[in-house]
Design a protein around this ligand. Structure first.
Ligand SMILES: [Mg+2]
Length: 237
């Protein structure tokens, strides 16, 4: 089982030249819960589009998420929804719960090589989020759901698209994510994988990890503090 640690072995990362970060719940803590706002906006969008009440809208929203990986993909297939209109509405949120995190910015900046955001959200959402955290300037590029042709992680083809577009050598890359399933494809492609777990839920999450047994073979590291993990890594590299 992967052990929880904030102190990575530098030998595992000394070859890495491309650093790939998920956005939501990875670059800011899970407890900020921006998703609750996005979730409400998506429900409102579905409700307005299909002229159904909130309960019915929520049901459809979740059904599409389960069947197609994102609510948007389901809306595009079944209702020919304009993805731009949906993404704009979904991400019309209040970013003020995000607190600037200059130490994280410094840690990302100090990593040797390129840094990417790879998100199932949109570029405007990623930019607004990273700007609110004060870390936007440290990234070379953002790969979003539009660049992915609306096929979300964890689909392998979407990682391949990201890798090809940016000429990433997956054997010299690392990926940071809060969803275990999104680390399977990068691990299969040779990347180092780091799972970020919520620190306020640490014990609960760890317990469920123990139950998972060997299911976490695709996770190289498990940390509850991205900033400390990267700072320790920079010191050792
Ligand atoms: Mg995430």
């Amino acid at each position: 089982m992967t052990q929880l640690t904030n102190v990575p072995n530098p030998a595992d990362f000394s070859h890495v030249r491309d650093w790939v970060f998920d956005l939501d719940n990875t670059l800011y803590p899970h407890r900020v819960n921006l998703f609750a706002q996005i979730d409400r906006n998506m429900t409102a969008f579905v409700s307005e589009l299909l002229q159904v009440d909130g309960v019915e809208a929520k049901k459809l929203q979740k059904q599409y998420y389960l069947e197609h990986g994102t609510t948007l993909k389901g809306l595009m297939i079944h209702h020919k929804v304009d993805p731009d209109a949906f993404l704009q509405k979904a991400h019309s949120i209040d970013y003020s719960p995000l607190i600037p995190h200059p130490e994280l910015g410094e840690a990302i900046k100090a990593l040797p090589g390129r840094k990417f955001i790879f998100t199932n959200g949109s570029v405007p959402h990623a930019e607004a989020t990273a700007r609110a955290l004060g870390i936007l300037e440290h990234f070379d590029d953002i790969f979003d759901i539009v660049a992915a042709d609306y096929v979300p992680k964890p689909a392998g083809e979407t990682y391949d698209k990201f890798v090809a577009l940016n000429r990433v050598d997956t054997n010299r890359a690392a990926m940071f994510e809060d969803l275990p399933r999104n680390l399977k494809a990068p691990k299969e492609r040779g990347m180092k994988t780091v799972l970020i777990v919520p620190n306020n839920l640490g014990e609960t999450v760890l317990e469920s990890w123990e139950y998972a047994g060997s299911e976490d073979d695709h996770i190289d590291y498990l940390t509850e503090d991205l900033e400390h993990f990267l700072t320790a890594l920079n010191r050792a590299l």
